[in-house]
Design a protein around this ligand. Structure first.
Ligand code: NAX
Length: 335
């Protein structure tokens, strides 16, 4: 039998927190054989919501749940933690400039990185969900000098799943027939959801699209003018239609991100933002989304894929945005 895994969730009193907690406690993230201990971190204003969720967790009587602690102290929340999901973040307020947003979030992710550095388990894995996710992860990693940087990742699995969902609908196939989709770059409107190496039922997606849509040119136009913008702006579409941001789909993606990181992807790549080691010419140290595999010991970038000129343009544009964000937090002395 496994010892309980300690899982810390920040922003646990928020919307995504509420969608995450019950699924993690039910075993959806680490599997049916792994008990969990939950640590819920909130700010004072969010404590009641987190405490209420803790009461409801008790009322589920989940057999895998070995305890829930609610705290507004980061050191307590991350003490001995094995897996940290950093969800709570400062949203962009009216009139807030990008530098203000980055600085406000550095004020959250810097101290949380330091608390992880001080007390987390030696094997800790961290995923940042709160936006701007990539740069928040960069700041957290920079604030945790004793933790290997590759333990810090940021969530682009929702973008990945959105891309698979769009292809599945367009091609009239089940999502699990599609493999090899990759999301590159920043979790933002500049991201590049890439199908160049993707297959559907073993056939290249680009060929299947050309067959379905009536030619290579039509397929490329659909990718450039409909697919990529729709995936990249899906968050805004959800807000328009639902009247509220993505919650259950974001929680689902975070659970799949951690599950695949910890239990392994098998030979089916997914997408995650990881600390670049210079792969594909992405500057070292940036937290950038790539196609990744994990054998259970953490995500590694899938190397050696050919990027044509069109793909290179998309990747470069999103990486340029990541560089600008990094330079902005550097200029503020935050990394
Ligand atoms: P909510 O506003 O519902 O919840 C956020 C919670 O975080 C609040 O309860 C707040 O009190 C808490 N919080 C704020 N600062 C904190 C701190 N320093 N320590 C601990 N808790 C703190 O937002 P929600 O809808 O749950 O979204 C959370 C974050 O996820 C946002 O930053 C959002 O932009 C981001 N998202 C990221 C996605 C991704 O794919 N990477 C997709 C979904 C989502 O948009």
């Amino acid at each position: 039998a496994h010892e309980p895994t300690t899982v810390t969730i920040t922003g646990a009193g928020g919307q995504i927190g509420y969608a995450l907690l019950f699924r993690i406690a039910a075993g959806d993230m680490l599997g049916p054989g792994r008990p969990v201990r939950l640590r819920l971190l909130e700010i004072p204003q969010g404590m009641k919501a987190a405490q209420g969720a803790a009461l409801e967790l008790q009322d589920c009587a989940f057999p895998l749940l070995h305890g829930v602690d609610v705290t507004d102290d980061a050191r307590t929340a991350f003490d001995g933690t094995d897996i940290a999901l950093l969800v709570g973040a400062r949203p962009r307020g009216p009139g807030m400039e990008r530098a203000d947003l980055l600085a406000a979030n550095a004020g959250i992710f810097g101290p949380q990185g330091a608390a992880i550095n001080a007390g987390a388990s030696d094997a800790v894995r961290v995923v940042v969900v709160g936006n701007p996710a990539n740069t928040n992860a960069l700041i957290a990693a920079a604030s945790a000098p004793d933790v290997p940087a590759d333990r810090f990742t940021a969530l682009t699995r929702l973008d990945h799943n959105r891309a698979v969902g769009q292809l599945s609908e367009r091609l009239g196939v089940r999502p699990d027939a599609i493999r090899g989709v990759a999301v590159w770059g920043n979790h933002s409107a500049t991201q590049f959801p890439d199908v160049e190496h993707a297959t559907v039922g073993g056939v290249p997606v680009e060929r299947a699209l050309a067959d379905a849509l009536g030619g290579q040119d039509v397929a490329t136009r659909w990718l450039d003018d409909e697919f990529i913008p729709r995936v990249a702006r899906r968050g805004a579409e959800i807000i328009e239609v639902r009247g509220s941001s993505s919650v259950a789909s974001a929680a689902n993606a975070a659970i799949e991100h951690v599950r695949d990181d910890v239990l392994g992807t098998g030979d089916d790549p997914t997408s995650a933002a990881v600390v670049s080691r210079g792969e594909y010419g992405v500057p070292e140290g940036l937290v950038c989304s790539f196609p990744v595999l994990s054998d259970g010991s953490g995500y590694r970038v899938v190397e050696g894929l050919a990027l044509d000129e069109r793909a290179r343009r998309y990747v470069d544009a999103s990486v340029a945005e990541l560089v600008a964000e990094r330079d902005a937090v550097r200029a503020l002395g935050l990394v």
